[in-house]
Ligand binder design. Structure first.
Ligand code: OOG
Ligand code: MG
Length: 255
């Protein structure tokens, strides 16, 4: 299948909340997978969406273990994916959403591949939540397939921005309905979240001022239930939260 045809099938799977079988794409080459991702993102832009940032995936051992892959990947974020901090997020159009706690960077200057001091381009940092919703049945996919699927990106929320301080080893807590679901440390993100910044520059740069960069989940992702307050706290950085609305009405999930 051509990149455009694969992008169309992933786009339709997302729009209709009907997953595709993983392993069926025939994709094996990373560069081809990114070409599909680009075609998929272009379809969103053609619908009037605007790129807001970049996300990294599989920057922590917890995520690599959970998903059975071992390579850094990157995807694009758009304005349609934004959930306001403290807001409500409707699950009805989703397949099998999961949520994970992250750290977000906001660029104040252009970040270029190979920049000696990527932190110098950072205007602010914040706790973040990412919602992922693989367009493949049961979240089962090859690495090229998840790249093509814009790295499972579905939505994200960012807490209050604050000046960049030492992010090396901050406690990370994910709570669902007031109960702890996952706990970890920012050190799980490539050993230090600033490494994710350098990786974003290398893989997706140059990145313009105003770009949001999600550094990748510090813990495994957990299923996102309806009618629940979801909160991530990063010690010293603060808290971000949203409340989920209705679940989808049709079933599309695999075993
Ligand atoms: C892919 C997305 C990975 C992260 O933070 O590691 C990711 C997936 O797990 O389906 O966003
Ligand atoms: Mg993520």
């Amino acid at each position: 299948m051509s990149a455009d045809a694969l992008a169309e099938s992933l786009d339709t799977a997302a729009l209709e909340a009907r997953p595709l079988p993983g392993g069926g794409s025939g994709l094996t080459v990373t560069a081809e997978a990114y070409a599909v991702q680009e075609a998929l993102v272009l379809r969103r832009l053609a619908r009037g969406e605007r790129i807001t940032g970049v996300k990294l995936g599989f920057t922590s051992a917890a995520k690599m273990r959970q998903m059975g892959v071992a390579d850094l990947i990157h995807g694009r974020l758009t304005d349609r994916m934004e959930i306001p901090d403290g807001g409500r997020y409707d699950l009805s159009g989703l397949i099998h959403p999961r949520v994970e706690p992250e750290v977000a960077f906001l660029l104040g200057a252009t970040l270029r591949p190979g920049d000696a001091d990527p932190a110098a381009a950072v205007a602010a940092v914040a706790p973040a939540l990412e919602v992922i919703d693989s367009r493949y049945d049961g979240f089962r996919f090859s690495l090229p397939e998840v790249i093509a699927d814009n790295t499972s990106a579905a939505a994200y929320a960012v807490g209050p921005w604050r000046a960049l301080g030492d992010l090396g080893n901050l406690g990370v807590l994910l709570e669902l309905g007031g109960r702890p679901a996952e706990a970890g440390s920012t050190a799980a993100i490539l050993g230090h979240p600033l490494r994710a910044l350098a990786a974003a520059a290398r893989l997706a740069g140059p990145l313009e001022p105003g770009t949001v960069i999600l550094a990748g989940a510090a813990t495994a992702a957990v299923p996102l239930p309806p009618g629940t307050c979801v909160r991530a706290t990063v010690a010293g950085l603060g808290t971000v939260q949203f409340t989920t609305g209705a679940a989808r009405t049709t079933t599309g999930e695999g075993a």
